[in-house]
Design a protein around this ligand. Structure first.
Ligand code: SF4
Length: 387
């Protein structure tokens, strides 16, 4: 497989370095691990209402976007984010892409709690000036062993194999390198630095580790040369989408309840965000599946109000199988208002392909297409092409 040639730096938007979309500026706020306090979610909701189009977009990396920002709104947004602690480093803000297992430490399925790794990895990334040069596409995945995020295309990943052993993945594949849980974040940071060093050595401007020549093996070799030990027995890291939490109530290990709430097409209105913040008693978590996990509830009774606000808690809802790009009016390339059309199809029970997992896109670029088996519903000048 040939790697794409990157003849320019990536242009991933950030909170400060916004993207000029057809409906105004678009800002992407990194939320490591998808973890948000209620207070921070309220700040984001207020910013969306005051400065943007009134909604937050949830991304497949558990980040949050504001769109429809007016001229100069970036400054006010940056001030609000910084005051709320959502912008700990102006130089590193675009590289804080960290996915973590959903409800780690709270629900069954994992070997350990990766939540402390999120803060440690984020702090380690921001503390190293050299890591500001990481591409905005860089992604780290922290998987507690349940296998929900290790298959999501991380450049660098940690996967717990048992309560005392953590595997390092590089471009999604097992590197053979192991660490104890207490050393795992240092290993991930070393791998991140080795990725940049290898990129420099190859004279490459690759955006992803997988785009380097023999990238995973060469990065692993650099780490081995630095004294990181390889396991004698390589063990494949198994990944199963079946372990992804569906919508609805989930029992926690401590007897309390978490609600996993799917946000249709990832568009969370300011009002819905404020309701989630008011409902929560613990840290909220934005998941890579455009959902928000609300933990530490006494029971599932809050589900009624959340569902009444348009959020989805039924595990068999068609909304769990439908994603869409921005489409019109947000994207100038779009040939259709794909979100409105997808919503109309869900409401009318007329989803194509028998309602199979599907991604609606306003043009052939198919931005935001999820990984795995997905039917494409692509706008063309002659209507939607299904395939
Ligand atoms: S898929 Fe096309 S229409 Fe949709 S956001 Fe990407 S470029 Fe725009």
């Amino acid at each position: 497989m040939s790697s794409p040639i990157r003849d320019r730096a990536d242009a991933c938007p950030g909170a400060l370095q916004t993207h000029a979309a057809a409906d105004g500026a678009l800002a992407r706020v990194r939320v490591p691990g998808g973890l948000l306090t209620a207070a921070r979610l309220r700040v984001l909701a207020a910013a969306a209402r005051d400065l943007g189009d009134g909604a937050l977009e949830l991304t497949s990396r558990g980040n949050v976007q504001l769109r429809g920002l007016g001229p100069g709104a970036e400054v006010a947004l940056g001030d609000r984010l910084a005051a709320a602690g959502l912008l700990p480093s102006a130089t590193h803000e675009r590289v804080r892409n960290v996915l973590a297992s959903t409800l780690s430490g709270r629900t069954a399925g994992g070997f350990l709690d990766v939540t402390p790794w999120v803060a440690a990895l984020d702090a380690g990334l921001c503390a190293d000036p050299a890591l500001a040069d990481l591409p905005g596409r860089y992604l780290a995945t922290l998987d507690d062993g349940r296998g929900d995020v290790s298959g999501l295309g991380g450049d660098v990943g940690l996967v717990a194999l048992d309560p005392g052993t953590v595997a390092l993945t590089l471009a999604g594949a097992d590197s053979g390198l192991r660490a104890a849980p207490g050393d795992a974040v240092d290993l991930a940071l070393a791998a991140t630095r080795a990725f940049l060093a290898e990129r420099t050595a190859q004279g490459s401007s690759a955006w992803r580790l997988a785009e380097l020549d023999d990238g995973p093996a060469r990065v692993a070799a650099r780490l081995t040369a630095e004294g990181m030990s390889r396991a004698r027995v390589f063990r494949a890291v198994s990944i199963s989408r079946a372990k992804v939490l569906s919508a609805g109530a989930v029992g926690q290990l401590d007897g309390r309840t978490a609600l996993v709430v799917v946000v249709p097409l990832g568009r969370l209105t300011a009002g819905q965000a404020e309701l989630l913040a008011a409902t929560s008693t613990g840290p909220l978590q934005v998941t890579p599946w455009r959902a928000v996990a609300v933990p530490d509830l006494p029971d599932a009774s809050a589900a009624t109000a959340l569902a009444a606000a348009g959020l989805v808690l039924e595990p068999d809802s068609p909304w769990l199988r439908v994603t869409a790009c921005a489409g019109r009016p947000g994207c100038a390339k779009a040939l259709a208002d794909v979100r409105a059309d997808a919503a109309h199809a869900v409401a009318g029970g007329t989803l194509p392909a028998g309602g199979a997992r599907q991604h609606w896109a306003g043009c052939a670029r198919r931005c935001g297409r999820p990984r795995g088996e997905v039917v494409d519903v692509v706008a063309t000048p002659a209507g939607y092409a299904i395939g």
